[in-house]
Design a protein around this ligand. Structure first.
Ligand SMILES: [Mg+2]
Length: 149
């Protein structure tokens, strides 16, 4: 068991992202990192909530240490997922990091009003994406203490 696992249990990350190209780039950026993780991908909001609530095909899904959440999703969108997580007694302690192409102050305010833990704008190129993922790992998976349940 490494340091990350001993601090936070097995380090599972739930990525909620509908754009396949963004998923592939994020997977590549995570593979370049030194920290241990397991990345789970939900491609829409309903799937994300089913995963978090361990419903249907996700009955054995692990509780993620953090959630990386895109805002614009088909069906239940990112704001609705965020609201559902943060109003759930069982889920609200899981940090939600909004990861979106938006830089809009309206979106930023709305997400923090809904109790997002962080709002990050997607990187414009792969080098910046590597740095962004490194920062997520350094801060959310190493520096901070997270609840285990
Ligand atoms: Mg999207």
């Amino acid at each position: 068991m490494n340091a990350t696992e001993s601090e936070h249990g097995s380090c599972n990350i739930l990525l909620v992202e509908d754009n396949r190209a963004d998923v592939v780039l994020l997977e590549k950026a995570f593979e370049e990192q030194a920290f241990d993780y397991r990345l789970h991908v939900a491609t829409n909001g309903d799937e994300a909530l089913a995963f978090l609530k361990q419903e249907g095909p996700f009955v054995n899904a692990p509780r993620p240490a953090i959630i990386l959440l895109d805002l614009n999703l088909p069906g239940l969108d990112g704001r609705e997922v965020l609201e559902a997580v943060k109003t759930s007694e069982a889920l609200r302690r899981i940090p939600v990091i909004v990861l979106t192409s938006s830089r809009s102050n309206v979106d930023i305010r709305e997400c923090y009003d809904l109790h997002a833990n962080a709002f990050m704008t997607k990187a414009a190129n792969f080098d910046d994406l590597l740095e962004l993922v490194r920062q997520i790992g350094t801060y959310w998976l190493t520096a901070v203490r997270l609840p285990t349940d």
